[in-house]
Design a protein. Structure first.
Length: 44
C-alpha cells in the first residue's frame, strides 16, 4: 500500500529520510495501525 511505498520507493524514501531516517517506517506503521483501528468493519 501507500505506506509501504513510502519505505521502498527511492524518491519517497529520500524525502522522509531528509527529516529523520526513521520517518518512513513510522508513517507506514502509523497508517497500518490507523487503518486497522478506524477503517476495519466490526464483526456483529
Amino acid at each position: 500500500g501507500l505506506g509501504e511505498m513510502y519505505v521502498t520507493h527511492p524518491d519517497f524514501r529520500a524525502r522522509y529520510d531528509a527529516h529523520d531516517v526513521r520517518l518512513a517506517e513510522f508513517l507506514r506503521d502509523a497508517m497500518a495501525i490507523y487503518a486497522t483501528r478506524e477503517l476495519t468493519v466490526a464483526e456483529s
